[in-house]
Design a protein around this ligand. Structure first.
Ligand code: CA
Length: 226
């Protein structure tokens, strides 16, 4: 099933989180230290890792980097300071999301669900022609007509959401919720701004195509014509 590994040295926080996760039907593994996490991760089938940045033995970021050498497992960071967030968001670090302490266990469970949903293999979808568009958030990469796009994290996430259901119209609100999960001070114009830069980057590769459609009053969709 969906086994979640929690790497957290503070017992009170760990117990609260484990309780919340198990109540929601997840199976959990808890370790307190980074080196235990590495050993335990290698021995088990872990679907998602919740990783405290402030561990006594290894820094959570270093642990993430170590895990990324072997695995694309989704990683949700628990951070103590807002100052750590920029680093968490760095794609090169390979984290998928973060929450800042103190957090509500319910919020963490919601994030876990969201990440798992996002990382589900899309077995039902027809494979896109290799010439069109491939998006992988886990790999921090989008390839459009064979050319790798140079995207910011938000542009990549935005494209990934649109690409998850080509043709579906996503409202700005839905895109905000899906992409700017952490942002407190953004509004829906942020979506427009990023769509604009995304379009420009797609146009650099294929000037004659405009795969992102604007639906006035409704939102945006991605049209990948043949
Ligand atoms: Ca800690």
């Amino acid at each position: 099933m969906s086994r979640i590994m929690l790497v957290e040295d503070e017992e009170a926080i760990a117990q609260t989180l484990l309780y919340a996760l198990e109540t929601e039907g997840f199976t959990t593994t808890w370790v307190r230290l980074g080196h235990e996490a590495l050993a335990s991760f290698a021995a088990q089938d872990i679907r998602l890792m919740i990783l405290d940045v402030g561990l006594p033995d290894i820094n959570g970021f270093e642990l993430c980097r170590e895990i990324r050498r072997h695995s694309e497992v989704p990683i949700l960071f628990l951070t103590a300071r807002h100052g750590e967030i920029d680093r968490v968001l760095g794609l090169e670090l390979g984290g998928d999301d973060y929450v800042t302490k103190p957090f509500s266990p319910r919020e963490v469970v919601a994030r876990v669900r969201r990440i798992l949903k996002r990382s589900e293999p899309k077995a039902q979808q027809e494979p896109l022609p290799a010439s069109s568009l491939e998006v992988s958030v886990a790999h921090g990469r989008a390839v459009y007509h064979g050319v790798q796009l140079r995207l910011t994290r938000y542009e990549l996430l935005l494209l990934s959401v649109l690409h998850s259901q080509p043709g579906r119209i996503f409202s700005r609100g839905v895109l905000m919720d899906a992409v700017w999960t952490d942002a407190l001070d953004t509004d829906e114009r942020t979506v427009d701004t990023h769509i604009k830069t995304l379009r420009a980057k797609l146009r650099e590769i294929k000037p004659e195509l405009d795969p992102i459609q604007t639906h006035r009053g409704l939102g945006y969709s991605l049209q990948l014509g043949s």
